[in-house]
Each structure stands twice: as C-alpha cells, then as structure tokens.
Design a protein around this ligand. Structure first.
Ligand SMILES: [Zn+2]
Length: 240
C-alpha cells in the first residue's frame, strides 16, 4: 500500500436494520461492502487506482426508531464522519472520493455539496447501487426493502445467513393517502411500522439465487465502470 498510487477512495455506507424476518440486520452492510470490493477489483484489473475503505455500518433510520435494534445515526453525524474522512484523504492528496450507498434512508447529496465547499480541491460524489439497474428486468415483484431483489442477491452471496422463505412475511407496504407523496414529487418520511407489519416492503417470495446472480453481475458491471471512469477522469475537464 505505501508505494501504491491512489486516485479514488470509495467509502461504502450501509445500515443496521430489520429486513423482514428472513434477512439479517446486516444485509445492507454485507451487500454494499461486497459490491464495493468486487467492483473495485474489476476496475483495478482495467487500470483503476482505487482504494476501498471499510463500510460505515450505521445509517439514517429516523423513521424506524420504534423497531428494536435498528441503529439510527443522524444526517448531521454523517456529515461529521464524512468531513473527517475527507480531511484525511485531502491531506494525503487523494482528491477523488466516491460514497457508495446501500441504504435508502441515506441521502448524501446535500452533504456532498457542503463537503465540496469545505474541500475545493476534491471531487466528491455518490451513487446508490440499488438504482443502477432496472428492477423489472430481473425481478417479478418490486419493493424497496427486503424485497425480491435484495433477497435474491443475498441468496446468491450468503445463503447461509438467510432463514427459509416460508418464514418471511409478505412484505406488504401501505401507500400514503395523500397522492402527491406517491408520485415522487412531494416527500415525507414514512413511519415504517405504520407502513409494514413485518418491516419488509416488497414480496420476497419469488426470490431465487439465479435471479440474484444475474442482477449482481449487472451491478458490478455498472459500479466498476463508474470507478474506472472516475479514476481516469481529469477533474478539471468533466464536461462535454
Ligand atoms: Zn436493505
């Protein structure tokens, strides 16, 4: 490591939270760290100088404070952590920084704006791996939490950590009565235990490891090419 050039640092960020009854609380951390590691390895093979940091295991879970052992950290804490990590990278002249997010409650965009204000030499960006593909291309049921997608990928990667699907709840999620919130132009946090009884949103019953493998490979293809492009990019010439 001491002689290795690093162009890009990647910080995976997950959450510790209930995932229906069949997936472990660490689901988001397992997925985001595995995706970060494997994407970086694939990008490295193609010439990317990329470093993967250990995943931050706690995310924003402010809508789930009444769920036992869901560990919430606030957005202001995330800013404090990211500020300290960016400060270290900046001191060591690693100016490209990607936050690889694996949890829907984490939203780093405004934090990235503020970090850019504090560290003008750095190019700081984020991505959500779970938005890097079209759900309908791989899965029958959509969802968003402990759904067919997440279950399938976990079945592929770490089958030993899952309970059998017949122990899972149906993952039925309620919608807001106010339509605008369902149209994605108005937003309010959902009170999770009022939306779902088993903490899942999305029916996991059609999940298979084969579906998970196909989707996982697509995710790695997308995130590794992002890492490669970032590593090779000239941050003073980003637009065409
Ligand atoms: Zn999850």
């Amino acid at each position: 490591m001491k002689d290795q050039d690093v162009e890009l640092a990647v910080l995976p960020w997950g959450a510790t939270e209930a995932h229906n009854y069949h997936l472990p609380f660490s689901t988001d951390n397992i997925l985001v760290q595995t995706i970060a590691n494997e994407s970086a390895a694939a990008a490295w093979e193609k010439g990317a100088k990329v470093l993967v940091l250990p995943a931050v295991p706690f995310g924003v879970n402010t809508g789930q404070l009444d769920i036992r052992l869901n560990i919430n950290i606030n957005p202001s804490t995330q800013l404090a952590i990211l500020n300290d990590v960016a400060d270290v990278l900046n001191r060591h002249k690693i100016y490209k920084f990607l936050i690889l997010n694996g949890h829907g409650g984490n939203d780093f965009r405004q934090i990235i704006r503020e970090l850019g204000f504090r560290y003008p030499k750095m190019f700081i960006c984020g991505c959500n791996w779970f938005q890097s593909f079209s759900n309908a291309e791989f899965f029958e049921n959509s969802g968003g939490h402990a759904d067919e997608m997440e279950t399938s990928i976990m079945q592929f990667l770490v089958p030993e950590l899952l309970l059998p699907l017949n122990e899972a709840g149906s993952g039925k999620g309620k919608k807001f009565r106010i339509k605008a919130f369902n149209e994605n132009w108005a937003w309010a946090e959902r009170k999770w235990t009022q939306v779902t009884t088993d903490t899942g949103i999305g029916d996991p019953s059609k999940a298979t490891p084969e579906k998970g493998e196909r989707c996982y490979n697509e995710i790695i293809r997308k995130t590794s090419s992002l890492m490669l492009e970032l590593s090779l990019a000239d941050v003073n010439n980003m637009y065409e």
